[in-house]
Design a protein around this ligand. Structure first.
Ligand SMILES: Cc1cc2nc3c(=O)[nH]c(=O)nc-3n(C[C@H](O)[C@H](O)[C@H](O)COP(=O)(O)O)c2cc1C
Length: 175
């Protein structure tokens, strides 16, 4: 199984990228490709810009990389209760090429933040809209207080309960 994983963030120190990478690595025997969203350069979306340039190359490349997956592991970062602008912008460009952005792939949706909310608000928004964009979400989990529960040095959860929960939800991809 080929898993494409990414954090919906362009931060070089993205905790959501860390979480998505960790979760994808738990799927036994899977080949994992972790996307860096900085590789999909797109201008700020407007219909005027779209008339000017047509389909953005970065969005085409993003869709092509998603197409390559048998399953997706996505961890959503939250900025002011919503998607980070950079991800929303890339997503908007991609949706204009193909509204079925996630291409009917089975997916696990995660989210995390340094605070107790664990980016639940953006995760709820992503889950609510998933059917409109072709994500077959098998399971989801918000991880609160990431720096407290995850040890960046060892690359593993300190909190065994959360480790178990992450393990359980990625197992849904193998079913
Ligand atoms: C502009 C901005 C807004 C933020 N808003 C929220 C928020 O609404 N909820 C939250 O839990 N964290 C919020 N945060 C903190 C992020 O969760 C934190 O920066 C986190 O590391 C982002 O995920 P990432 O590391 O994967 O990019 C915000 C951060 C920034 C820079």
């Amino acid at each position: 199984m080929k898993i494409v994983a990414f954090g919906a963030s362009t931060s070089s120190t993205s905790i959501n990228k860390t979480l998505a990478t960790y979760a994808a690595s738990l799927v036994e025997g899977a080949e994992v490709k972790v996307l860096d969203l900085n590789q999909y350069s797109v201008p700020i979306f407007s219909e005027d810009k779209e008339k000017e340039i047509g389909q953005a190359e970065g969005a085409k490349a993003f869709l092509a990389d998603l197409a390559d997956a048998d399953a997706l592991v996505i961890s959503y970062a939250e900025h002011n209760g919503s998607y980070p602008a950079a991800y929303k912008n890339l997503f908007d460009w991609a949706s204009r090429i193909d509204r079925n952005v996630y291409q009917n792939k089975p997916a696990v949706y995660l989210s995390t933040s340094p605070g107790p909310g664990g980016a639940q608000t953006v995760l709820a928004a992503a889950l609510a809209s998933a059917p409109y964009f072709g994500a077959q979400v098998k399971a989801s989990l918000s991880v609160a207080s990431f720096y407290d529960s995850f040890d960046l040095e060892t690359g593993a959860f300190r909190d065994q309960d959360i480790a178990q929960q992450v393990m359980q939800i990625v197992r849904e991809l193998a079913k």
